[in-house]
Design a protein around this ligand. Structure first.
Ligand code: NAI
Ligand code: MG
Length: 497
């Protein structure tokens, strides 16, 4: 029997957590508990209180999970026909849809995001499974004309056992983003959710099994990056690593994977510029950009964290935007206001460091500027929607990812300056252009060094479109048919006859 959203929210009100959450690892189709008996306290960021103690895994649990995934790869999943893999994945999508309310409330509670945002993420997960379910049987190789007596062709084979290291900002959506294409390709999985947000990964693994995914195909080990993430990446029986998170950890992951020559897909965040020209539809631009920096309290790798604005539109834009920022209502995710919480006390401290240092440097604050609490309860980890105005190109507010609801405004005089400011960081994930001049938009699209360009909107591309970054924003692309290539190996065959 499914429980309504309201009943689940009432449960949280009464007990500060949800009933019957799985708290062990999910290995070989069963929930276990940590061998060492050590535990991770997991928090509700909107209240700053614990939602429970979860198993904290290490090398022993990673070894078990990798062995289970290897066995399932060799004996079941890679021998399952592509069409049957697609059927199982469609059943998974339908089963997630039947359990969407539980996943939504659990995700909001665990990550601090609003219920509506969590609902959007869960819908995204369903769509991701449906998309890749439809792709399983559309993988094709090539044939080559070399000479009359030689038949040459390629086979696309599953990569094998794949590792998925997931951050806390989109716990279930980012997990699905890499798990679904891996399953579609015939790979098996060991996933390590972020230690802050293990809940929906465990729920998803259980739902996949209930929908008919064979035991051992999808394993989840909960634990910290150092204790569980590092041994997973270093494991000699892992065939591919997908990692989303910070640049320093991404570099460490790549270095460790290099010891085994294991390929990596890295998605490492950004400092994405929205270039706003005076000739754009300003209300539409403001509307779109409010969502793209304050959604998920700014904890989004592809957030529009910088606005690069044409000088003659600067004042009008700032006026409209700061009014909108001041009007943003924030509070506990389950209250479902405009904006939710910051993931942890540590992340709150990091953001606070940027806010205070910038104000000490004398940078002008056009909105917000402080950490705060849920105004209703006086609890939780929150940051006011903040705007720093007219910031210099070499300032840390421009160069560094803050990962909070903090917008940095830079001003330009001409198109060349706009491009140079936009490209002026080590990142290259997303970017945006707001203008009514199509030619200008297309010109700039070619000049911006980023994995994405959004024109007169932000974020709205689907699971169909490859996603990833240039420069320090990462390596490789996820999503779309392109995203399935991460999980396949090409074999070239030459046959003399
Ligand atoms: P992180 O990069 O350390 O953590 C991300 C994931 O990697 C987590 O699952 C963590 O347990 C795991 N991990 C950590 N160390 C590892 C290691 N040595 N080997 C394998 N796995 C490891 O990021 P953190 O500390 O949570 O956040 C710090 C900053 O990173 C944020 O302030 C933000 O700027 C950025 N970030 C970017 C994200 C993105 O979407 N690109 C997501 C989360 C954070
Ligand atoms: Mg949590």
């Amino acid at each position: 029997m499914t429980v309504s959203v309201q009943a689940l929210v009432d449960q949280v009100r009464a007990r500060s957590t949800l009933e019957d959450l799985p708290t062990g690892h999910f290995i070989a189709g069963r929930f276990t508990s940590a061998e060492t008996g050590s535990a991770l306290e997991v928090y509700d960021p909107g209240a700053g209180t614990s939602i429970g103690a979860f198993a904290a895994g290490g090398a022993a649990e990673i070894n078990e999970a990798v062995a289970a995934a290897r066995k399932a790869f060799e004996h079941s999943w890679r021998r399952t026909t592509p069409a049957e893999r697609g059927r199982v994945m469609n059943r998974i999508a339908a089963h997630i849809r039947s359990n969407a309310d539980l996943l939504t409330v659990a995700e909001s509670l665990d990550s601090g995001k609003t219920l509506s945002e969590a609902r959007g993420d869960v819908n995204n997960v369903i769509r991701t499974f449906e998309f890749f379910a439809g792709a399983t049987d559309k993988v094709q190789g090539d044939t080559f004309a070399i000479d009359d007596g030689l038949l040459a062709y390629t086979l696309n084979e599953p990569a094998g056992v794949t590792a998925h290291i997931v951050p806390w900002n989109f716990p279930i959506a980012m997990l699905a983003r890499s798990v679904a294409p891996a399953l579609a390709a015939g790979c098996t999985i060991v996933a390590k959710p972020a230690e802050q947000t293990p809940v929906t990964a465990l729920l998803l693994a259980r739902l996949c099994q209930e929908a008919g995914l064979p035991d051992g195909v999808f394993n989840v080990v909960v634990g910290t990056g150092v204790d569980a993430g590092a041994p997973l990446v270093a494991h000699t029986d892992i065939d591919h690593v997908t990692f989303t998170g910070s640049v320093p950890t991404g570099i460490a992951v790549m270095q460790s994977a290099a010891n085994n020559v294991t390929p990596v897909t890295l998605e490492l965040g950004g400092k994405s510029p929205a270039i706003v020209f005076a000739d754009c539809d300003m209300d539409r631009a403001v509307d779109s950009l409010v969502g793209s920096i304050f959604m998920n309290a700014g904890q989004i790798c592809s957030a529009a964290s910088r606005v690069v604005i044409e000088r003659r539109a600067h004042n009008a834009f700032l006026d409209k935007f700061s009014k909108r920022a001041d009007a943003v209502q924030y509070g506990h995710g389950l209250r479902d206001l405009d904006m939710g919480a910051i993931i942890s006390e540590r992340q709150l401290g990091k953001i606070d460091g940027y806010l205070s240092a910038a104000q000490k440097r004398g940078i002008s604050v056009a909105a917000g500027g402080s950490t705060t609490v849920d105004p209703e309860t006086g609890k939780g980890w929150f940051v006011q929607p903040t705007i720093f105005d007219d910031v210099a190109a070499d300032d840390p507010l421009v160069k560094e990812e803050i990962f909070g609801p903090v917008l940095t405004v830079q001003v330009f005089d001409d198109e060349d300056e706009a491009i140079s400011l936009a490209n002026g960081t080590e990142y290259g994930l997303a970017s945006g252009i707001f203008t009514s001049d199509t030619g200008k938009a297309r010109r700039l699209t070619r000049e911006i060094d980023a994995g994405h360009v959004y024109i007169n909107q932000w974020f709205s591309v689907g699971v169909e479109v490859p996603f990833g970054g240039n420069r320090k924003s990462g390596i490789g692309r996820e999503k779309g048919l392109e995203g399935m290539r991460n999980y396949m190996k090409i074999k070239g065959v030459g046959e003399r006859f």
